[in-house]
Design a protein around this ligand. Structure first.
Ligand code: HEC
Length: 136
């Protein structure tokens, strides 16, 4: 009888340990999956994050951009909404327009040139361009 009692205890202990271990493994896998999904969704959609767009909006006011540009109407430079209509929000256009703002120049919208912006960090200009192209 004693042997049976000991064997039963050992069996239940092993069962308990293996069950709780199994639960831990399941929990771990579930958390991992949730994290991965959250991380990949915005990138997969190819969208610029709301934080970046907000930073781009703020940067426009901190730099000289709004002295020549308005969002809705043409000023010295084209309205930002017209720029957004002309260029779809793609990686290639972000790059192209970032280079244009750095170098300045004329010819696309008329004869009036845009001043060059060599001292503004290119990463900041890209955020402003991303914000401008989000204005539809
Ligand atoms: C001195 C006035 C002036 C300032 C300051 C200025 N712009 Fe411009 N911008 C223009 C003009 C004029 C054009 C049209 C250029 C052309 O026809 O090629 C233009 C064009 C653009 C375009 C479209 C370029 C293209 O090739 O279609 C973008 C984007 C732009 N500006 C963003 C900015 C940003 C961002 C800033 C601030 C860092 C800025 N601009 C500051 C006058 C200005």
């Amino acid at each position: 009888m004693k042997k049976i009692a000991i064997l039963t205890t050992v069996f239940f202990t092993m069962f308990a340990v293996s069950t709780s271990f199994a639960q831990k493994v399941v929990k771990k896998t579930t958390t991992k999956k949730t994290t991965v999904v959250k991380k990949t969704t915005p990138a997969a959609a190819g969208k610029v994050s709301a934080v970046t767009l907000e930073q781009g909006k703020q940067l426009l006011t901190k730099n000289d951009c709004l002295s020549c540009h308005k969002v809705d109407v043409k000023n010295v430079g084209p309205a930002y909404k017209d720029v957004a209509k002309k260029y779809p929000a793609t990686a290639a256009n972000y790059e192209k327009l970032t280079q244009k703002v750095i170098a300045g120049g004329s010819g696309v919208w008329g004869d009036v040139p845009m001043s060059a912006h060599p001292s503004v960090p290119p990463a900041d200009i890209k955020k402003m361009v991303q914000y401008i192209l989000s204005l539809k």
